[in-house]
Design a protein around this ligand. Structure first.
Ligand SMILES: [Zn+2]
Length: 511
């Protein structure tokens, strides 16, 4: 891998056959946003791309959890022109197009990562950083132009970029970006839920996340063995799943999540979740054979040494550079894997399993045990289950008509104290949301919906609670103005969905 610097931007390149591929990568992704500014990075990307003329060669732009990249492949001249145009656009972003591009984002409605992994991240980290992945936030039309300007000024400059190329830089290549300092990104993100827990979310199938050092070779090997065993059992033996997928998701400072995501045939989600957990326990207890381990190491060797993996390898090196973490090349990673023995892999997996989060679809309840036989408890914003509302404070009940018609409304309560709102939902669970933990307040006429950093969403709306004027006034006074926003014009109306019981929501993923 060759290194040079062009216009203040580090360039990593390695020669590969085929047309020149380039990716201009910035060290800013969706996990650098806040709840209030969810989507601002995607909006910056769209505004920049909206300035380009129609192009017939391959080009794209995307936002991941940790980086934003603008990529192109074609002739030297096409690559040079594309990169110059992107840099110029970022240096003078057409913010007058913000309204139109917000509409485009609403239509695109894409998540930054698959929905199961997104929910696992939210369960682990709360409504902050990587944990924002499952949340839609205020909506693209509620992103302030100041947030767009601030994001570009902070992160989209030469000091926070790297250019990746699959060939030597063309002599005419220029990267006319403004200079800047790489922003402090805070290292490892604090964990909200250390696990082990199972959690319920709006997901199509179960998933598992283990929190660990992502460069650990022993756990990397065990993670691969687990996926292969699940493929054998869930797909080939039982015919319950089509796809078993694993990933390593960086959340800062070299740490992150080893994930396994499995889909499930309709009606089989509970069974698939149980098998996923059972196989994880079995791997932690009994380990693996030499042959299973060797098979996975051979698989990594084939994939990582394939010449077609070069763009991905450059991408890893670039991401490490932008996050100030050391990059290990494929050979070094394979050497580390070759030194792993089955018991080392088993021990690494057993240690990581203590951090397990198992997500299951709504309406699925599981009864599972930890390796020591203790029950695996349910996590989530209202847990441990069975909390009590404070006896003091001001109590609000659902309107009389709701209490008569909906059984859930009979238990629902809202309590306002000096520095928090408490609520009991239709399930009987108590949620405590201090004003200091609020990350967003949706203003919807006379009502408010509060979103807290621990994935807690508390509706304070007249449809659910009677006489809320005093609570709304306290919320407006207790939570900073800049966290308030009007309900998005793109928010889906519930009007066509028939008569639903008004139960407070505990988790409202709005993607
Ligand atoms: Zn809650």
């Amino acid at each position: 891998m060759q290194r040079e610097v062009i216009d203040g931007v580090p360039v990593l390149w390695s020669a590969a056959p085929g047309p020149l591929e380039a990716a201009l990568v910035f060290g800013h992704g969706a996990s650098d946003e806040t709840f209030r500014t969810i989507g601002v990075t995607h909006l910056v990307e769209h505004l920049a791309m909206s300035t380009l003329p129609r192009l017939h060669h391959e080009h794209n732009a995307s936002v991941s959890l940790t980086v934003t990249d603008f990529s192109v492949s074609g002739t030297d001249e096409q690559v040079v022109d594309f990169l110059a145009a992107v840099c110029k656009a970022l240096a003078a972003l057409p913010v007058d197009r913000i309204e139109r591009e917000a509409g485009v984002l609403a239509a695109e409605a894409s998540g930054v990562i698959d929905p199961v992994t997104a929910e696992l991240l939210s369960a682990r980290y709360g409504t902050v950083g990587a944990g924002l992945a499952s949340w839609g936030g205020p909506g693209p039309d509620r992103i302030a132009v100041e947030a767009v300007r601030e994001t570009v000024a902070r992160s989209f400059h030469a000091g926070n970029a790297v250019l990746l190329l699959t060939g030597p830089p063309p002599p005419a290549l220029r990267l006319p970006l403004p200079p800047g300092e790489r922003p402090e990104r805070g290292g490892a993100q604090p964990v909200m839920s250390p696990g082990p827990h199972w959690v319920v979310a709006n997901v199509p199938g179960p998933g598992l996340a283990l929190h660990a050092d992502l460069d650990g070779a022993a756990l990397t090997a065990a993670h691969a063995v687990l996926q292969e065993r699940l493929r054998q059992v869930l797909r080939h033996r039982e015919g319950l799943s089509y796809d078993v997928d694993g990933a390593r998701v960086h959340t800062g400072g070299g740490l992150g999540e080893f994930t396994v995501v499995v889909d499930a045939r309709a009606g089989q989600q509970r069974r698939v979740a149980e098998i996923l957990w059972r196989e994880a326990l079995r791997l932690a207890a009994e380990g693996m054979t030499e042959a299973e381990l060797a098979e996975e190491v051979a698989g990594f060797r084939e994939v990582w040494l394939d010449p077609r993996a070069l763009p991905a390898e450059l991408g890893q090196a670039g991401a490490c550079l932008l996050s100030n973490i050391p990059y290990q090349d494929a050979t070094a990673r394979l050497d580390a894997l070759a030194a792993v023995d089955p018991d080392g892999a088993r021990q690494a997996f057993a240690a990581a399993l203590r951090t397990a989060l198992l997500v299951v679809p709504e309406d699925v309840e599981v009864e599972l045990a930890q390796p020591d036989g203790a029950p695996l408890t349910e996590g989530g914003c209202a847990h441990p289950r069975g909390g009590e509302l404070p006896s003091g404070g001001r109590h609000f009940k659902p309107p009389m008509f709701a209490r008569l018609r909906f059984p859930q409304a009979r238990t629902a309560r809202l309590v306002l104290t000096d520095d928090a709102v408490w609520s009991r939902d239709g399930r009987g669970d108590v949620h405590h949301l201090p004003f200091a933990d609020v990350v967003g307040v949706e203003v919807n006429g006379p009502g408010r919906v509060l979103f807290g950093r621990g994935n807690c969403a508390t509706p304070v709306v007249p449809e659910l609670f009677a006489g809320i004027g005093e609570a709304v006034a306290a919320i407006d006074a207790g939570v900073p103005k800049e966290l308030h926003y009007e309900l998005s014009a793109f928010a889906e109306s519930d009007e066509d969905e028939g008569e639903a019981a008004p139960a407070p929501v505990s988790k409202a993923s709005r993607r």
